[in-house]
Design a protein. Sequence first.
Length: 295
Amino acid sequence: MNNVQPMDPDWLEFHPDPKKPYFQLPEGAVDAHCHVFGPSAEFPFAPERKYTPCDASKKKLYALRDHLGFARNVIVQATCHGKDNRAMIDACRSSGDLARGIASVGVDITENDIAEMHEAGVRGVRFNFVKRLVDDTPKEVFLSVADKIKNFGWHIVVYFEAQDLEGLEPFLKQLPTTVVVDHMGRPDVAKGVNHSDFQRFVRLMTENENIWSKVTCPERLSLQGPPYDDVVAFYAEIVRGFPDRVLWGTDWPHPNMKSHMPDDGLLVDYIPRIAPTPELQRKLLIDNPMRLYWS
């Protein structure tokens, strides 16, 4: 029998009782960025992990989906599981085609492995460049993986922080598939939307039509805290400028939050502040994720 792996002493657990959102999600809405953790007794966390979270099971995730009013989920492989994608794949397989997955893989991944994951519902891989979360990986490894997945129609999710974008730009432009950037590349909100750092990201999206963005995680970017007023202008600019290339998700169960644990109902209520019209909301929540993950 496997043992439960105790979470880190300073770990913040997900909100136990999120509010019912005031904003009524359109029918068919997709939570396009969320995770599952374990349960560790069944799906142990990776030995090389940088953190040990609480258990956050598929059952809890799907209960939250129903409570908030979403129809589907896109489950992104969490770094605490490393390249062991079993928990994510199990959640996808048991969803009744209501979930898709983003995997973390190594250079040794084979076409048969990709085909098996595709059948389970995986539709992309994630490349993580946040040094506090993962060890450094040579760019050649990522390019090899990208070459293997492109024939399956998969895309690539990239996670980086704003100060690293300049150095990553040449690499991002080499990727042969759709590229989805997590959390707008984590801009420094204190600098404002007109700062060259954020405008570099806007320019990247303008010049590369294969690059999408998740307008997610105001709780991570805000300096003010709830209701995250200081981040609205950043999201609104990306949604307004690239309405056909944006995605939204809860980021449940909010790994590595240190300042506070957000209420997922309040996060849903944030959506009309960054996508103020029904047309923008439909593209953000239904049309774009369905085209990318279920077409």
